[in-house]
Design a protein around this ligand. Structure first.
Ligand code: IPM
Ligand code: MG
Length: 353
C-alpha cells in the first residue's frame, strides 16, 4: 500500500525522535511490502525561525493533503517571549483546528516491565493501569473568545455545544464498546454552565450505546481518584482543558511520560500523531531522548489511519520485547549508568521487528 506521510520534526528533541520513528516505519515497509512517501513540514519554533509564522497556510495545506501527519514536539524557551498568538503553541492549535482533529486519544498504560517506575505505591496500582483518555481537542476554552480588558486583566471563555459534545462522545462510546464497556465523563457541572450542557448532551447521547455504562465525575474529584484508585478507570471523555490536565496526570502515574503516544482524529482517516511529551530543550541534541513515544505514535498511525493492524502490532510487540530485555533510556532507567541513547534504543526496536 502506498501512503503519504507528512513529518513535522519540530523543535528540541522532536527531530531526533521523528528520525527514530521513520527508521521504524522504513523497516515496516520492507517487512510488509508497503511504500511510505515522506514530506517534511514546518510548524512551531522551526516555522517561526524560517517563515516568521508558527504555521504558514502552505504548511497546513501540505498536512491536509497527506494520509497522516507525524509530529515530534513544538516549542522551547527561545520563543517564550513572543505574544500569545505568535508562539509555537499557537501553531499547534491552528494545526489541530485546521486538520479538524477533534478527538485526541491519549492512552496511559503501565508497561509491565516498567512497573517500578510509577510514583504510586504498587498497592495503589494493583494489577496495572490501562486508561484511554479521549480529549476534545478543537473546542472549549482553548478556542473561545479571549482578550484583554486592561493592562492587568484578561478573559478566556469556555463554550461547548451539544453537537460538539455528541461528536466527541461518539468516539468515546465506540472505544468503550471495544474495551470494558465503561465510560467516565468528566466535567465541572456543579459550577460551569457549559459543563451542564456537556453532561446533559453526553447523557442523552448514551441512549445510543445501551451496552456502555456511563458515569460522571467532577474534574477535581477525577484528578484525586486518578492517584487514589486509578484502576477504576477505563475510558475517560472530557473537554479540551480538563483533558490536557488529566492526561499529564495519568501519564506521569505510569512512570513513563517518555513512552506515551497520542492520536488526534477527525471525521476522515487522516490523523495527527504525536508523543505526549514535549520538546525537552534541556536534552535536545544530546542523543539521549527516549524515542519510544514517537515510535508508538507511528504504530497508532498505522492502526488508526492506515488500518494496518499487524504492522502496528509488530511495532508494539518489538517495544515490549526491548523493555522486557531490560533496555532503558535515561528517563525510565532505574540505574542511570546503564541507560542507552536514542539511536541504540531505536536499533534495538529495529532488531526485534
Ligand atoms: C498538549 C500540550 C499542548 C496543549 C500545548 C503545547 C499547547 O500541553 O498537547 O497536551 O495544551 O494542548
Ligand atoms: Mg498538555
Amino acid at each position: 500500500m502506498t501512503k503519504k506521510i507528512v513529518l513535522i520534526p519540530g523543535d528540541g528533541i522532536g527531530p531526533e525522535v521523528v528520525d527514530s520513528a521513520v527508521k521504524v516505519l522504513d523497516k515496516i515497509t520492507a517487512k510488509f511490502g508497503h511504500n511510505f512517501e515522506y514530506e517534511n513540514a514546518y510548524a512551531g519554533g522551526a516555522a517561526i525561525d524560517k517563515f516568521g509564522n508558527p504555521l504558514p497556510q502552505a504548511e497546513l495545506d501540505k498536512c491536509n493533503a497527506a494520509d497522516a501527519v507525524l509530529m515530534g514536539a513544538l516549542g522551547g524557551p527561545k520563543w517564550d517571549n513572543l505574544p500569545g498568538d505568535q508562539r509555537p503553541e499557537a501553531g499547534l492549535l491552528r494545526l489541530r483546528k485546521g486538520m479538524g482533529v477533534y478527538a485526541n486519544l491519549r492512552p496511559a498504560v503501565i508497561f509491565p516491565a516498567l512497573k517500578e517506575s510509577s510514583p504510586l505505591k504498587s498497592s495503589v496500582i494493583g494489577d496495572g493501569l490501562d486508561i484511554m483518555i479521549v480529549r476534545e481537542l478543537i473546542g472549549g476554552i482553548y478556542f473561545g473568545k479571549r482578550g484583554r480588558t486592561g493592562d492587568d486583566s484578561a478573559y478566556d471563555t469556555m463554550e461547548y455545544s451539544a453537537q460538539e459534545v455528541k461528536r466527541i462522545g461518539d468516539v468515546a462510546f465506540k472505544i468503550a464498546q471495544k474495551r470494558s464497556g465503561r465510560l467516565t465523563s468528566v466535567d465541572k457541572a456543579n459550577v460551569l454552565e457549559n459543563s451542564r450542557v456537556w453532561r446533559k448532551a453526553i447523557t442523552d447521547y448514551s441512549a445510543n450505546y445501551p451496552d456502555v455504562e456511563l458515569s460522571h465525575l467532577y474534574v477535581d474529584n477525577a484528578a484525586m481518584q486518578l492517584v487514589t484508585n486509578p484502576g477504576q478507570f477505563d475510558v475517560i471523555v472530557t473537554g479540551n482543558m480538563f483533558g490536557d490536565i488529566l492526561s499529564d496526570e495519568a501519564s506521569v502515574i505510569t512512570g513513563s511520560i517518555g513512552m506515551l503516544p497520542s492520536a488526534s482524529l477527525g471525521d476522515g482517516a487522516i490523523g495527527l500523531y504525536e508523543p505526549v511529551h514535549g520538546s525537552a530543550p534541556d536534552i535536545a541534541g544530546k542523543g539521549i531522548a527516549n524515542p519510544l513515544a514517537t515510535i508508538l505514535s507511528a504504530a497508532m498511525m498505522l492502526r488508526y489511519s492506515f488500518d494496518m493492524q499487524a504492522e502496528a502490532d509488530a511495532i508494539e510487540s518489538a517495544v515490549d520485547a526491548v523493555l522486557n530485555e531490560g533496555f532503558r533510556t535515561g528517563d525510565i532507567a532505574v540505574d542511570k549508568s546503564t541507560a542507552i541513547g536514542t539511536v541504540e534504543m531505536t536499533n534495538k526496536v529495529l532488531e526485534k521487528i
